[in-house]
Design a protein around this ligand. Structure first.
Ligand SMILES: Cc1cc2nc3c(=O)[nH]c(=O)nc-3n(C[C@H](O)[C@H](O)[C@H](O)COP(=O)(O)OP(=O)(O)OC[C@H]3O[C@@H](n4cnc5c(N)ncnc54)[C@H](O)[C@@H]3O)c2cc1C
Length: 380
C-alpha cells in the first residue's frame, strides 16, 4: 500500500529546503525525501554569491539569521584582459547595504538543515527516488528501496542529479570552473572582481578574510592547474588575473565543476513540477543559479498557497511555469550572452566590449539596470 502525502519534495538541497520552509510559513507541511543518509552532510567546495533579493527571502524564512559568516559584496569591479574599459558597480549607488553576499554551499546547506529542524519539517533520509510518474489525481514516486509514495504535488528539487528529463535547451560550454580559496597581501574591503579573458571569466569573491576563486578554463588546462604545486599555481593565477587584487599568497580547497547550460523548465507533467537546478543549469559567470532556484522555490510556494485546496492543480502549475519562464529565460540569455561576447579574442569585438564597459561606467541608468538585474533577476 502506497504512503500518501499532500506535497512531497524530492531533494533536501538548498532549493528543496527553501521550498519546504516557504510552504511551512503558511502552515503547509510537505515531506522531504533526501537520498543522503541523515548523518551525511551536504559537502561541496563551491562558493555561492547570493543576491540582495535572495537575502530578503532568506530573512523572511528565518534562515539569514543563521548565516552570520556571509561576506557582503559592497562593489564589483568588471574588466577584460588585454583590452580597455572598466566598470565598477557600487552598493551605495544602488541604495542597498550590499550588492550580494558570499558564503560556502556547505554553510548554506547547514543553516537550511537547522531551519528545517527548527520548523519541525520531516526529512526522510536514505530515500533516493528512482522514478517520478505524473498522474491526473496524484503523482507516484518510486524509491530505490522499492517503496511507493503518492502525492497531490511532487516537487522535483534533486539538482538535476538523478531524475533527469530531456532538456529543451542544452549547450555544453566545453569549460570547467576551477574553484578554490585564495588570500592576497591586500584587504578586500568587500570588493569583488569579475575579469573576462578569452579562455573564460575569472572571478574573485570576497569571502572571510580572503577570496573565493572561480577560474573558468578548458578541461585540459583545469587538469593541469589542479595538479600544480601551490607556488606554481599562484604564479599562474597572478599572470592570468593581474595585480588588481594584490599579490596572491595562498590557495586552498581546489576543486572543479564542468559547465553547461540546460533548461527543462518548471513543468514536468501533471502534479509534478521542477525547481532549482532540476529545472535549469547556468554558467556561473553571473552567479545566478541558486538565486534563480530560490525564486523558483519561493514563487512555487506562493502559487500553492493561492489555491491550497488542491496543491498540484494543473492551472496552478501552468501559471507558475509561465511566470518562471519570464524570469529564467532572460536570466539564462543574459548569462549566456556574457559568456559568448567576452570569450572571443577578436580585435573589433574587444574594442566594442571596451566601449560597453565604458558605457556601463559612464551611464548611470545603464549601471542601475545591470545592478538591479543582478540583485533581483530579470523582473528586477
Ligand atoms: C562552480 C559553481 C559556482 C556557482 N556559483 C553560484 C553563485 O555564485 N550564485 C548562485 O546563485 N549559484 C551558483 N551556482 C549554482 C548553484 O550551486 C546551484 O544552482 C544550486 O546549488 C542548486 O541547488 P539545488 O537545491 O537545486 O540542487 P543541489 O544543490 O544539487 O541539491 C540537490 C539535493 O537533492 C538530493 N537528491 C539528488 N537526487 C535525489 C534523488 N533521486 N532522491 C532524493 N534526493 C536526491 C541531493 O542529495 C541534494 O541534497 C554555482 C554553481 C557552480 C558549479
Amino acid at each position: 500500500m502506497a504512503e500518501h502525502a499532500d506535497i512531497l519534495i524530492v531533494g533536501a538541497g538548498p532549493v528543496g529546503a527553501v521550498c519546504a520552509l516557504a510552504l511551512a510559513e503558511s502552515g503547509i507541511a510537505p515531506l522531504l525525501l533526501e537520498a543522503r543518509a541523515a548523518d551525511r552532510k551536504l559537502t561541496d567546495s563551491r562558493t555561492l554569491a547570493l543576491s540582495h533579493g535572495s537575502r530578503l527571502i532568506l530573512e523572511r524564512l528565518g534562515v539569514w539569521q543563521r548565516l552570520a559568516g556571509a561576506t557582503p559584496i559592497t562593489a564589483i569591479d568588471v574588466s577584460q584582459k588585454g583590452g580597455f574599459g572598466h566598470a565598477r558597480l557600487n552598493a551605495a549607488e544602488e541604495g542597498v547595504p550590499a550588492l550580494g553576499y558570499v558564503l560556502g554551499y556547505d554553510e548554506l546547506a547547514q543553516a537550511l538543515d537547522d531551519a528545517l529542524a527548527a520548523a519541525g519539517l520531516a526529512v526522510r533520509h536514505d530515500a533516493a527516488v528512482k522514478s517520478a510518474l505524473p498522474g491526473r489525481a496524484y503523482a507516484a514516486l518510486k524509491l530505490h528501496d522499492g517503496d511507493l509514495l503518492t502525492a497531490r504535488l511532487a516537487v522535483i528539487a534533486d539538482g538535476g542529479r538523478s531524475l533527469r528529463g530531456e532538456p529543451r535547451i542544452s549547450k555544453d560550454y566545453g569549460q570547467v570552473a576551477l574553484v578554490g580559496r585564495v588570500s592576497t597581501d591586500q584587504p578586500h574591503g568587500g570588493l569583488a572582481y569579475e575579469r573576462f579573458t578569452p579562455c573564460g571569466p575569472a572571478a574573485l569573491l570576497p569571502r572571510g578574510e580572503g577570496y573565493a576563486l572561480v577560474w573558468v578554463t578548458s578541461p585540459a588546462e583545469a587538469e593541469h592547474l589542479l595538479a600544480l604545486d601551490d607556488d606554481i599555481f599562484l604564479a599562474a593565477l597572478q599572470n592570468h588575473f593581474g595585480g588588481r587584487a594584490g599579490r596572491f599568497l595562498s590557495i586552498a580547497e581546489r576543486g572543479r565543476f564542468p559547465l553547461r547550460l540546460a533548461w527543462q523548465g518548471s513543468s514536468a507533467g501533471e502534479r509534478l513540477v521542477r525547481v532549482g537546478n532540476a529545472a535549469q543549469t547556468l554558467h556561473p559567470v553571473a552567479g545566478q543559479g541558486f538565486n534563480l532556484g530560490l525564486r523558483d522555490a519561493w514563487e512555487l510556494a506562493q502559487a500553492v498557497l493561492d489555491e491550497p485546496a488542491d496543491p498540484g492543480a494543473a492551472t496552478t502549475l501552468a501559471r507558475y511555469a509561465a511566470s518562471r519562464r519570464r524570469d529564467t529565460l532572460p536570466g539564462m540569455g543574459f548569462t549566456d550572452a556574457l559568456v559568448e561576447i567576452f570569450s572571443r579574442d577578436w580585435g573589433p569585438l574587444r574594442r566594442a566590449r571596451g566601449l560597453g564597459l565604458f558605457a556601463l561606467q559612464a551611464v548611470p541608468p545603464l549601471k542601475h539596470f545591470v545592478a538591479r538585474r543582478m540583485m533581483f533577476g530579470a523582473r528586477g
